[in-house]
Design a protein around this ligand. Structure first.
Ligand SMILES: NC(=O)c1ccc[n+]([C@@H]2O[C@H](COP(=O)([O-])OP(=O)(O)OC[C@H]3O[C@@H](n4cnc5c(N)ncnc54)[C@H](O)[C@@H]3O)[C@@H](O)[C@H]2O)c1
Length: 282
């Protein structure tokens, strides 16, 4: 690809604008950097404060700023917004800022999410509510805020992050499984509604990804209920004989596949990324 005056080489997303929820770190950050490398300007939002029922810290404003720096390092523009996907008005503000700064939104990655562990018989209403409000309703809010703009422009690429868990039940994570199954219903329904407007809507279903969502004490206890304080060293051998953990960048590659125009006929699909784990599911 030829370089422009700023020395950037062209990419598959030149001139595009992407909104990414939960972009302060982890997979969202990797997606921001990958899409920027392909030429997109990026609007990233994250909550930037703790959630009472989640045992590990949420992405901070400092991490959000670091994602923006990494995007700019790719020669692209970045805007950060502190916003909670549980709040529709906040998501509408994210969309409004994207349009005000960059004039358009071409891509939405509804990536923000939390994890938690509790058997259903002991789950509190608050644990259930936070999970559904963030991992399912939060995806709806992102869709609701961005889709009218995409319909008006007659173009859009939307990908929501579900999970391999949306192909099975999940012991001690029934709320997570229910939310991630729900995301697929939402994705397929929206894809039917907007296909005629040049908009595709798909879901990625990763298995375990190497982020804080699996590297925290509650997750470790779910993997090793036999230990009182399991550590990373106690848990990692469990992955050694199986498919292993994905890296965030592996999921970014799937995102690129779904947002690029080469795959504009992928619509209403679920793209599983499980390093072989899905070989034992239908
Ligand atoms: N890590 C895994 O094993 C795995 C596997 C499959 C799917 N997923 C999903 O991938 C997505 C990204 O997770 P990750 O692995 O990068 O974990 P992560 O915790 O590093 O990233 C999630 C980001 O979402 C943000 N977030 C959470 N609640 C929010 C809210 N209410 N409003 C705005 N932002 C909020 C967090 O602050 C964090 O920055 C999530 O939807 C997760 O459920 C993760």
């Amino acid at each position: 690809m030829p370089a422009d005056e700023a020395g950037r080489s062209g990419g598959r997303l030149d001139g595009r604008v992407a909104v990414i929820t939960g972009g302060a770190r982890g997979q969202g950050r990797a997606h921001a950097v990958r899409l920027a490398r392909e030429g997109a300007d990026i609007v990233i939002c994250d909550i930037g404060e703790p959630i009472g029922t989640v045992a590990y810290p949420m992405g901070s404003e400092t991490e959000l700023a670091e994602t923006a720096r990494l995007v700019r390092e790719q020669g692209r523009r970045a805007v950060t917004v502190k916003a909670d996907v549980r709040n529709l008005a906040a998501m509408e503000e994210v969309a409004a800022q994207a349009v005000a700064m960059f004039g358009r939104i071409d891509i939405l990655l509804a990536n923000a999410g939390i994890a938690g562990a509790s058997p259903i018989a002991e789950m509190t209403g608050e644990q259930w509510k936070d999970m559904i409000d963030i991992n399912l309703t939060g995806v709806f809010h992102a869709f609701r805020a961005v889709v009218p703009h995409m319909i008006e422009r007659g173009y859009g690429r939307i990908v929501a992050t579900s999970s391999i868990v949306a192909r099975m039940g999940a012991t001690n994570s029934g709320h997570y499984a229910a939310a991630k199954w729900g995301v697929i219903g939402l994705v397929k329904s929206l894809s039917l509604e907007v296909a005629a407007h040049g908009i595709t809507v798909n879901a990625v279903l990763p298995s375990g990804v190497n982020t804080i969502q699996v590297h925290n004490e509650v997750a470790y206890r779910a993997f090793r209920p036999d230990l009182e304080h399991p550590t990373r060293e106690d848990v990692m051998p469990l992955f050694a004989n199986g498919p292993g953990l994905l890296e965030p960048e592996d999921v970014s590659a799937a995102m690129m596949f779904l947002v690029s125009d080469e795959h504009g006929h992928m619509n209403g699909e679920t793209l599983t990324l499980s390093a072989g784990m899905s070989a034992s599911t239908t």
